[in-house]
Design a protein around this ligand. Structure first.
Ligand code: SF4
Length: 257
């Protein structure tokens, strides 16, 4: 992406005073916060937290070992068909359609949100509408087209009234995402929003406490970085600079994988 086009995307983010520094293989920018732990080598990003911290809320506890194997062996078409026919939780009764996910099945980046909203429920695609447009701008600001990444949600069906998904719904649906991750083998996951981050990391920590660290997801230990949901950024534009820092951080992590 040339610098003029990149600047246009930064303008769209309201970040005209920010510029990308360095290439994908450059050292960590000065503005990138220090990574907490030093458990890995000097050339690899250190891991700051594990996937199953001690702060797992009791209400969200479930047998990850059992659920992770549920969709084993399903290929992309089979998995998509299983999701489309799923009635494992009450959200099947209120959805217009399931929202499986979209993007490059060989993508390095997996973007994970919370659940479909009203527009996603109508169109069958995650992150459409204004929040989707902002996500696209955020990705383009770090040199990624929407078509280059894979985008999915923790839940494949819309919770009525856009309420937060409850723990049992998330537990029933998460094996589908886990199988998508197994098929995709991403280099990095970007969890957008508190609900997605808390469900993926099985924690009740705040989003602020989870940002700017390299987490790991699942048995394959996929590096996972947390940032704000674009719908939140539309409501709170002053937080866009923090999201920009998160994106640069994630880009740096990905470049070192
Ligand atoms: S939210 Fe997930 S588990 Fe619940 S019905 Fe939809 S696809 Fe099935």
């Amino acid at each position: 992406m040339n610098s003029q086009l990149r600047q246009e995307y930064l303008d769209a983010l309201g970040l005209t005073s920010w510029t990308l520094r360095g290439s994908r293989t450059s050292s960590v920018p000065a503005s990138t916060p220090a990574i907490v732990s030093t458990t890995s080598s000097a050339t690899a990003p250190a891991i700051a937290s594990a996937t199953a911290p001690a702060t797992v809320p009791a209400s969200a506890a479930y047998s990850r070992e059992t659920s992770a194997a549920r969709e084993e062996a399903a290929d992309w078409p089979e998995l998509r068909a299983r999701v489309a026919a799923c009635t494992r939780c009450p959200l099947s009764a209120t959805r217009t359609q399931t929202v499986f996910g979209v993007g490059n099945p060989h993508a390095d980046w997996l973007i994970v949100g919370e659940a479909p909203g009203a527009e996603e429920d109508r169109k069958g695609e995650p992150f459409v509408g204004r929040a989707g447009q902002l996500l696209n701008s955020m990705l383009r600001a770090i040199g990624l087209a929407r078509e280059q990444v894979y985008i999915a949600n923790v839940l494949k069906c819309r919770p009525p009234g856009n309420r937060d998904p409850n723990p049992s719904e998330a537990a029933e649906c998460l094996p589908y995402l886990e199988r998508q991750i197994a098929l995709l083998k991403p280099k990095i996951m970007l969890a957008v929003g508190r609900i997605a981050a808390q469900n993926l990391l099985r924690t009740d920590k705040t989003l602020g406490a989870l940002r700017q660290q390299v987490h790991q997801f699942g048995l394959s230990q996929v590096p996972l970085v947390v940032t704000y949901h674009p719908a939140y950024l539309l409501r709170s534009p002053t937080e866009k600079r923090k999201a920009w820092e998160d994106l640069k951080f994630a880009r740096e992590v990905c470049s070192r994988v």
